[in-house]
Every structure is written in structure tokens, then in C-alpha cells.
Write a protein that binds this ligand. Structure first.
Ligand code: PBG
Length: 333
């Protein structure tokens, strides 16, 4: 019986030259794999830094257009927008979420006016609009009201579609919302509005900097989202959740957070034949960015390695705050 063993086989042989490492690389990364999230705020000509997310800013709509143009020029195919809503527009019933003149709708309309040829994805959830920072509306005791919330999410999704949004991304983790949102879009003739559903979204500690960025952190102080976001001790449950969202009409699914959850991406990619988007969330970005500022490692190299790991696990696209930084590097600018 012939068996391959040392020294007839040497693992170092194929690793020993650049060309053979490149030729047989299983996973690659390009700017067309990346989605850049942006935070927006009211006003003009504003780009204000966010303490917990070094290098990331809240932009006014005019500045957002310039940033989106820049992302498009770097080969990035889609952007994701999150609004910071002033406190006086937050309410118990989150009604600002479906005001067709709200900040995010203004941003979408402005971006569309510029015909940028870049996908515009809008988050669907109520956390920027509720007084307590929860993704849905709550009763007096702070319990999430699932079915009432889904009705509002449908109104929010329709408003976003009417503003011209290419894809809605429900990140709220309410039960049954994908079916209802899909029906709402179909009934209103938005046949090509995509739904990228956060199908497996875990109740994670890594969202901290994001909550600071949209201004919901202080409100959430004494509570958590564990009653509706997934338990991070579970993996099988993600398959159940993803299956539901696909059957309800999701066009692609988002798994979030990213790096500590690559097992979930790998499992989902084995099981489902639908595009998978991995989300390298705010806390992951901040860790990498702050460690590289302290020169613990090289930012670009560590980022590329981390993004390749998403692709290796089976992600088709990645949401990362570093998208533009990395796209620049990939173009050697
Ligand atoms: C909420 C939402 C969150 C993120 C995206 N949408 C935070 C949360 O669930 O509290 C987190 C993204 C990140 O941390 O980068 N709808």
C-alpha cells in the first residue's frame, strides 16, 4: 500500500515560493466583497469623531455623499447607514422611524440623486428611535412587544423603500418580521427591494462602540437585549433562525458579530445556498484599530487576515468599518 509520508511529501514545498502560495490560495479578498457602514447626524458639513471608534465619524448628509462617492471609487459595492437621532425625536412608540422625512430617508434620497451606482442598505430596527434604546417597543415593564413592533418595522421598511433604499436589513430580531416586511414590500410593488436579514444576531458585548455612535448606550445601561437577540452559547439555534428567515423571504443573511462567530458562518455556509454576509462589528474594529495604534500589530495586515478568515469560513461579503481603509490598500493607493 502506497502512503504519502515525509520526505516524499513536504508541506513546505508549496509554501516555499510566492507564486505557489498565491496560485493555490483558497480564499481571496477584494474591495467588491466589502460593505462600508456609515453613521449620520443632522446638520451641514459635519464629520464628528466617535471616541469609541477611532477613525470613524458621524457625517451630515452632504459629507456622507462625498464619503459614499469615495467608497464607490475604491470599488466598494454597498454601504450601510445608521442614523443618530436627537433625543427630542425619540419616543415610546418610535414613530420617527417611519417619518418619510426623517434623517435616514433624507440621506437615501440625496444619495440616489447623485446616482452613485452603489448599493444602499438601511438598518431596520427601532433602537435609534426608542427612548430606552431597545430594537422594539416595550411595555411599562420594559418587555419587548414583538407583534406590535413588527407592524412598525413594516412601516419603517416601506418608508425606506419609498425613499429609494436598495435593501433593508432588519437587525431587530423580532419573530416573524421577514415575512411581514416581504409582504408589505410586495403589496406596494417594491418587487426588487432586497431584504438582507440579520438572521443570526447574538446578544453581544461587542456592540458597545456602535451604541455610543448612535447614542443609545446611556439609555440601555440597566438592561440587555438578551430576551430577543440570540444566546451566544448556541449554534444549532442559528440554523433554525436562518432557515426561518430564508423561508420568509430573505435574499441574503447577515451573521453578527463576526470574528468570534466564524463557526456560525461556516455552519451556515455548509447548510444554505443563499449569500452570507459576515459583520465585523464595532467592538471588533475598535480592538483591532486600538491595538494597531499601540503598534501591537500592523493594522492593514491584521485587518486583511481577519477579513480573509470571514471568506475562508464561507462569507460572500463582509460589513466592516475598515472597508474603505482596506479597499485603498488593495488598490495600493
Ligand atoms: C441595532 C444594531 C446594532 C448593531 C447594528 N444594528 C446594535 C445592537 O443590536 O444593539 C451593532 C453593529 C456594531 O456593533 O457594529 N439595531
Amino acid at each position: 500500500m502506497f502512503s504519502l509520508s515525509y520526505p516524499r511529501t513536504r508541506s513546505h514545498r508549496l509554501r516555499s515560493s510566492n507564486w505557489s502560495r498565491d496560485l493555490f490560495a483558497e480564499a481571496t479578498i477584494s474591495s467588491s466583497d466589502l460593505i462600508q457602514p456609515f453613521f449620520i447626524t443632522e446638520g451641514n458639513n459635519i464629520s464628528e469623531p466617535i471616541d469609541t471608534l477611532p477613525g470613524i465619524y458621524r457625517h451630515s448628509v452632504d459629507n456622507l455623499v462625498k464619503k459614499a462617492e469615495n467608497a464607490r471609487d475604491l470599488g466598494i459595492k454597498a454601504i450601510l447607514i445608521f442614523p443618530q437621532i436627537p433625543k427630542n425625536k425619540k419616543s415610546v412608540d418610535a414613530k420617527e422611524s417611519y417619518n418619510s422625512n426623517n434623517l435616514i430617508c433624507k440621506a437615501i434620497k440625496e444619495l440616489k440623486k447623485h446616482k452613485l451606482d452603489i448599493g444602499i442598505i438601511a438598518d431596520v430596527a427601532l433602537d435609534p428611535y426608542t427612548l430606552n434604546g431597545h430594537d422594539g417597543i416595550t411595555d411599562q415593564n420594559g418587555n419587548i412587544l414583538n407583534d406590535e413592533t413588527v407592524k412598525i418595522l413594516c412601516k419603517q421598511s416601506l418608508t425606506l423603500a419609498e425613499a429609494g433604499c436598495d435593501s433593508v436589513a432588519p437587525s431587530d430580531m423580532m419573530d416573524g418580521r421577514i415575512a411581514k416586511i416581504r409582504d408589505t414590500l410586495e403589496e406596494n410593488c417594491f418587487y426588487n427591494t432586497k431584504i438582507f436579514s440579520y438572521a443570526a444576531k447574538y446578544a453581544s458585548n461587542f456592540y458597545g462602540p456602535f451604541r455610543e455612535a448612535i447614542g443609545s448606550k446611556n439609555f440601555l445601561k440597566n438592561t440587555s437585549k438578551e430576551t430577543y437577540q440570540m444566546n451566544f452559547r448556541n449554534s444549532k439555534e442559528s440554523i433554525h433562525e436562518i432557515g426561518l428567515d430564508i423561508s420568509e423571504g430573505a435574499d441574503a443573511i447577515i451573521i453578527k458579530p463576526g470574528m468570534p462567530y466564524l463557526d456560525i458562518i461556516a455552519r451556515a455556509s455548509d447548510k444554505f445556498n443563499i449569500p452570507i454576509i459576515g459583520y465585523q462589528v464595532s467592538g471588533e474594529y475598535s480592538m483591532l484599530k486600538i491595538a494597531s495604534e499601540k503598534q501591537i500589530f500592523n493594522y492593514t495586515k491584521a485587518l486583511i487576515e481577519s477579513l480573509i478568515s470571514f471568506k475562508r469560513a464561507g462569507a460572500n461579503a463582509i460589513i466592516t468599518y475598515a472597508a474603505t481603509d482596506i479597499a485603498k490598500q488593495l488598490m495600493n493607493i
